[in-house]
Design a protein around this ligand. Structure first.
Ligand SMILES: Cc1ncc(C[n+]2csc(CCOP(=O)(O)OP(=O)(O)O)c2C)c(N)n1
Length: 209
């Protein structure tokens, strides 16, 4: 008997969570930042929506490589322990770099918050389903790696989880089910400028004379 492939649906464990919108959640997140927190956007949509939520100098936009938002954020969190660091990543990208969850749990920086925007698809390359839709609960994976982790039930819960994470003494992972909308706007594809602006934004490079 041939097995019918599973249709993408809610990640197991997230079936009670509301399907939200990445741009809306990103705006809600940025609105809560008051202390020059660094925010690292992942490839594509997470960084497009971050860009659209306000051109903060403390934002870094990853281009080209899937799954590097969390590892980059870990480096920033270690380098600047007094600054809160938040990373935004898509489910497909995180799945490509799952090992970073273990490294982050073991390193346990007090100042790092991880946000997974889980639409169950590789939206930007045409909407192919990711394994997160069919089989993998990323919150359960993060817990298994040793991280505090939760699905956001709705927008208010997302804000509450962000506030709690920004006050926490351990890294926290927050996952949100999101719809299939593309990102809003588009980051300038200029890696050198992105890097320089970010380094000035977090005070490790002087502004040009
Ligand atoms: C190693 C690698 N493989 C494939 C790609 C092409 N690619 C770029 S973004 C993307 C999908 C990202 O999916 P996800 O992180 O779930 O974000 P979404 O597009 O759903 O917002 C893919 C397959 C790439 N950039 N790098």
């Amino acid at each position: 008997m041939t097995k019918t492939p599973k249709k993408p649906g809610p990640a197991p464990g997230a079936s009670n969570a509301k399907v939200m919108n990445r741009a809306d959640l990103t705006r809600r997140l940025v609105a809560r930042l008051e202390h020059e927190e660094a925010v690292i956007g992942g490839i594509g949509n997470t960084n497009f929506d971050l860009w659209s939520a306000g051109r903060r100098p403390q934002n870094f936009y990853m281009l080209g490589s899937m799954g590097l938002a969390f590892p980059i954020a870990l480096g920033v969190a270690i380098a600047q322990p007094k600054r809160r660091v938040i990373a935004l990543e898509g489910d497909g990208s995180l799945l490509m770099q799952l090992g970073c969850l273990s490294t982050i749990a073991a390193t346990a920086p007090k100042n790092l918050t991880l946000v997974v925007m889980d639409n169950g698809i590789y939206q930007i390359t045409g909407g192919q389903p990711t394994p997160a839709a069919a089989a993998t609960d990323l919150v359960a994976v993060a817990r298994g790696c040793g991280l505090d982790s939760a699905w956001a039930a709705d927008e208010e819960d997302f804000e509450r989880l962000i506030d709690a994470a920004l006050a926490a003494e351990k890294p926290q992972l927050i996952a949100a089910r999101i719809d299939a909308s593309p990102g809003v706007g588009a980051t300038d594809r200029d890696p050198v400028q992105i890097r320089e602006r970010f380094m000035r934004g977090i005070g490790v490079r002087a502004a040009p004379a």
